[in-house]
Design a binder for this molecule. Sequence first.
Ligand SMILES: Cc1cc2nc3c(=O)[nH]c(=O)nc-3n(C[C@H](O)[C@H](O)[C@H](O)COP(=O)(O)OP(=O)(O)OC[C@H]3O[C@@H](n4cnc5c(N)ncnc54)[C@H](O)[C@@H]3O)c2cc1C
Length: 642
Amino acid sequence: MDRGITRRDFLNGVALTVGAAILPSDLFSAVDIPPGPEKSPSYYPPALTGLRGSHPGSFEVAHSLRDGTFWEQAGTPVDTGEKYDLVIVGGGISGLSAAHFFRKVAEPKSRVLIIENHDDFGGHAKRNEFQSPKHTMLGFGGTFSIESPAPYSAVSKGLIEELGIDVSSYSRYVKRDLYRSFGLAPKIFLDKETFGADALAVNPIPHVGGESENDLVRSHALEAFLKEAPLSDQAKADYARLLTDKKDYLPGLSSDEKKARLARMSYNSFLADHAKVGPEVVKLLQPMPQPLFGVGFDAVSAQDAWGLGAPGFEGMNLAPGPGKGMNRDAIPNEEAEKYFFHFPDGNASIARLLVRKLIPDAIPGNSAADVVLARANYARVDQPGSPVRIRLNSTAVRVKHEGDPAGAKEVEVAYERGGKVYTVRAAHCILACWHVVIPYICEQLPDPQKVALSSAAKVPLLYTNVALRNWKAFQKLGTNAIYCPGEYHSYMNLDLPVSIGGYECSRQPEDPIVVHMMKTPCKPGRPARDQHLLGRMELFTTTFETMERNIRAQLARVAGPGGFDPANDITAITVNRWPHGYAYEYNSLWDKFWLEGGETPCEVARKPFGRIAIANADAGAYAYTDGAIDQAYRAVNEITKA
Ligand SMILES: Cc1cc2nc3c(=O)[nH]c(=O)nc-3n(C[C@H](O)[C@H](O)[C@H](O)COP(=O)(O)OP(=O)(O)OC[C@H]3O[C@@H](n4cnc5c(N)ncnc54)[C@H](O)[C@@H]3O)c2cc1C
């Protein structure tokens, strides 16, 4: 009775015996597959600069499948003869977690293959490296941190702990007061085209969606902003009123009735029609939620804006806690807010820790701290004889059961690599890839499921890292974080100063640093999904040269008055292009079912099918790392029960 129940027991209720099917003779492929670029000693994707994220070479095969041209050009698939207990499509945190959960319950001899179309593992959790004269600087190419609007589940927390990450130790690594000690504060860059004149003003509400400022700091910042901002007197008065008045803009309604109304109007409508602020203020606030939703306040409900801490709700007596249809459904939630950890390469460290657990040879070291500086050996990630193999630069193009899905004993997975198509077979398959891809690779799925999968088109984003020789110009301008509502990138921040595992953040303005810039290519005024579609097309059709010009021009314009010279001060640029970025989260303005209740598309999309289960953050319509982990756990449970 006193024996602790391990997570192994929880998974399926009992310890499982899966993976006995693979015979030793299956360990080796029957045909010679060319070794591929990963075996070269110089192969090291994190150090590549230029266009990363969905980089050239990673998406063309999937697009030709979508366009119906792939099989016309593909040769006859070559049977590698390889057999696995589990093939996972997608080497993001969901796919890597699925491999981990499976290996925990499967027999030690079980074998797993992960197929990933990018040249690096981690999915959105990507590492960017830059060489400075002093040392290697790190940046996050996607996933920034361990954080989530709702508390991590026991499963996700358990995995984080198993990887050796002590979230509560974060304060030991972060230099929270570094920038403040140099007198730096968050600012807004108001540009001439949008606001009448270029000006850098203090930002009185820098943390919409994050920590809130105390009242005193906020009122000093508001005073400074009103002095510095080139807004009309009317706009200044509106803005000050919005931030300080405690007015009920929907009098006579209960909290629930107000939330129901707020869920059905955009925050911009709330501002214009209820708070009665003019268009200058609306323009000022519009891009604020982009880092969370990939769209501005034209396409985010007023209820969600309240949840994010946007101004205008202080006098409305809204009961804390979620309202129906609310996106960030746990507000305020102290437990979730406290669970925060940022590695210098973001959650790429989680992906790397998972890879280390799955293939210890590939990444040296033995702690969550030492993984930060550990160099991955890509030649080791796909080794014959290894229980887990990660096959990079390979796009799964067909996943099908051998015979009737209900009674099939195997799944055949075909993938493209280096211009050829290969097949492997497995007892089970987990599709941890983007849901929109699945209907094109898994034709056997029922049509309603394909429709649900297709509806999960992701949110496009650019995460740009710019390596600088120093941050003296930022010091002169008195800022480390600039919100730029009218510029190409809406946000630009000096790196969050974290020193861990021998990695040292930049501590002096004379030292090199990475600036992180964020853009969402949204098209305000349209429904959210249309904005994402158009934005995705924009990202796929904009050249790196254009992006680079925009980045240099923006840095020159915003930081030029502090002495910034792009020609001298920029040492490298990496644009992490994510046309398929955040998982699409349901939005009460555009997704009626989200208010009405009933089965959601992601529940239909993730139904298991024969020997195939479906993971990825899309399966929970939740754009956070814990979502990716939880969905992996569910998918593993499903196949091990089958
Ligand atoms: C820019 C950005 C910033 C984020 N920041 C945060 C954050 O700070 N905190 C947080 O908790 N969450 C954050 N998220 C969300 C978080 O990154 C994701 O929820 C999580 O990493 C998703 O993992 P995944 O494995 O489900 O999907 P992905 O990371 O997308 O991995 C899926 C992989 O499958 C691959 N794939 C697709 N099709 C195929 C195919 N046919 N064959 C082979 N491979 C295929 C894809 O290329 C991809 O590599 C962020 C997301 C983005 C895009």
